[in-house]
Design a protein. Structure first.
Length: 86
């Protein structure tokens, strides 16, 4: 039984964003796809097709929490909406 994972390395713009898909089988891992210059559609595809997805996010997404009761929000690459859990 194999497991497909995806790793997303987010950057401020697609030319520096990358996505890697790995197929994990007992005793080995196989890189099945590597997309350099990945856009939002490719990142979304990774999250929807992989069994598990890991996302490396730069500091611009780690904005400090507000002292109010509602969580802060921000705009990420290509205007995607980022929300922080309460």
């Amino acid at each position: 039984m194999s497991v497909l994972t995806a790793g997303v390395d987010l950057a401020a713009e697609p030319p520096r964003t990358a996505v890697a898909w790995l197929d994990w089988s007992p005793g080995r891992a196989h890189l099945t796809r590597l997309d350099l210059g990945a856009d939002d559609a490719t990142c979304l595809e990774a999250m929807l097709t992989a069994d598990k997805t890991g996302i490396d996010c730069p500091p611009w997404a780690g904005l400090p929490r507000s002292s109010t009761s509602s969580p802060p929000t921000a705009r990420g690459p290509s205007g995607c909406h980022l929300a922080y859990p309460a």
